[in-house]
Design a protein around this ligand. Structure first.
Ligand code: PA5
Length: 444
């Protein structure tokens, strides 16, 4: 049967199976904490049963809201940062035509804003949207995050000027906390359609809530299949021995053996943002108390020509986790060339993916020989169903892995530090003491 596989044979030069399995008791305890809610951060376990508890009615409501935007907009701008944008971006990039931005489409083009504070980015976005029919999905769990709030303020004003206040309200959907936060208050006052981010689901675990599902549906993708895939993985990883536990134990064993950096590797350019999503998931969940594997990523074979040297020959503190897509969606065959000046006729008639797979295998062998342990994850194809499985697999493994590591995987106390300094430097009311202190520090 087709399924997602996790193969750890290429780590065994560094850590033995016995070493990996010495983490069995910790993994069992992690599973107990997740399933019975007895661990740190247990008020943020809503993601665990989200796929199986998401009803057809909920998905219908999301699809109906998406249909309104699809029918009325040339562009839909998703405003959010971190967990409030990376899941949607990852799925849309993975499942869309690589050149969708340059091709005519049946529905609106989905754009992102509020994930940076780029003045030129926002200027150029506005110049694209000028006199165009556009809608906004504004996403913020707290409702107070600066980056999306700035972008929303700018685009809200623009939409109201272009479409009129009443129409703008119809074309704006807010996804936020059920009751609290500035965005909830604004949405109520303006009469926006809203969706709720459940209290017990943190940002980086929210891709299977409306946070991810609404933008994904607006992009014309099948959210029911995505959730069905996740639900299948929810069942598959509820057992005592499953691939999420294997991955969690193996990466912790490697970490304990001195492999402090994990590089998520893909051989498919569509997976770039899956890696970005994964980096937030693991970085924010595990990087605390001066512990945690540093999550990095490369897109191969592109990055073999930039990072390949370091990975093959640099400090031996890394391991790789490869996501390999077994079957491609389309066929491209390498042609014969009579002149054969490039000497590539030995590849004529082959699928491009056959070459890619040999690049992957050759690289894996070279890296393993070079003391870079390799975890190999195979996903049958890039479809909604399999991607749903992959996302949930990584979420479940993250919860198990964080508890094995001995941290609370569901908080993120470290992300507040930059915000305090930024507000102090910008003289935000209420930050007077911090403003004074930070200026003294700078001027010392
Ligand atoms: O994972 C997290 O909790 C964070 O990355 C948040 O998703 C991010 O900071 C955005 O927060 P909010 O949705 O409250 O605007």
């Amino acid at each position: 049967m087709e399924t997602i596989h996790v193969d750890v044979k290429n780590v065994l030069n560094t850590v033995s199976l016995d070493t990996i399995n010495s983490l069995d008791a910790k993994a069992a305890s992690a599973m107990e904490k997740l399933h019975n809610g007895t661990g740190a951060g247990n008020d943020f376990l809503g993601w665990l049963n989200l796929p199986s508890s998401t009803t057809a009615e909920v998905l219908d409501e999301i699809e109906q809201a998406a249909a309104v935007l699809r029918a009325n907009c040339e562009y839909v701008v998703c405003i959010g940062i971190g967990g409030s944008y990376l899941g949607a971006k990852a799925v849309i990039e993975a499942l869309s035509d690589s050149f969708a931005a340059y091709k005519p489409a049946k529905g609106p083009k989905v754009l992102f804003a509020g994930q940076n504070i780029g003045e030129d980015y926002l200027y150029e976005l506005q110049s694209l949207l000028k006199d165009k029919k556009f809608g906004i999905i504004v996403i913020s769990k707290s409702g107070t995050t600066t980056e999306p709030a700035i972008a929303f303020r700018i685009l809200k004003e623009m939409l109201e000027k272009q479409a009129g206040k009443a129409e703008a309200a119809k074309l704006t959907i807010a996804i936020t906390d059920a009751k609290k936060g500035a965005l909830r208050t604004l949405a109520t006052e303006e009469g926006y359609k809203t969706f709720v981010i459940p209290d017990n689901v943190g940002g980086r675990f929210s891709v299977l809530t409306p946070v991810g599902l609404l933008p994904i549906a607006v992009a014309g993708l099948d959210i029911k299949q995505l959730v069905a895939g996740a639900a299948a993985m929810e069942t598959a990883t509820a057992t005592d021995d499953n691939i999420a536990i294997t991955y969690a134990k193996t990466r912790n064993a490697l970490y304990q053996a001195g492999k402090k950096i994990e590089i998520l590797v893909n051989y498919n350019p569509k997976l770039h943002y899956v890696s970005e999503w994964w980096k937030q998931l693991y970085g924010e969940s595990e990087g605390k108390e001066h512990k945690g594997i540093f999550p990095a990523s490369v897109d191969n074979s592109t990055d073999l020509h930039s990072m390949g040297q370091w990975i093959q020959d640099g400090e031996r503190s890394i391991f790789e986790t490869v996501i390999s897509v077994a079957k491609q969606q389309h066929e491209t065959i390498i042609p014969t060339d009579d002149a054969n000046l490039d000497g590539l006729n030995f590849l004529a008639g082959k699928h491009v993916d056959e070459v890619n797979k040999m690049a992957e295998l050759g690289t894996t062998i070279a890296h393993v020989d070079g003391d870079v342990p390799n975890i190999h994850i195979t996903i049958p194809a890039l479809t909604e169903f399999w991607l749903g499985q992959l996302l949930y697999f990584f979420e479940k493994a993250c919860g198990v892995s964080g508890y094995i590591l001995g941290v609370n995987p569901f908080n993120q106390p470290g992300v507040e530090a930059y915000k305090r300094n930024m507000f102090a430097l910008l003289d935000k009311p209420g930050y007077e003491a911090e403003s004074k202190a930070i200026r003294e520090k700078i001027n010392k």
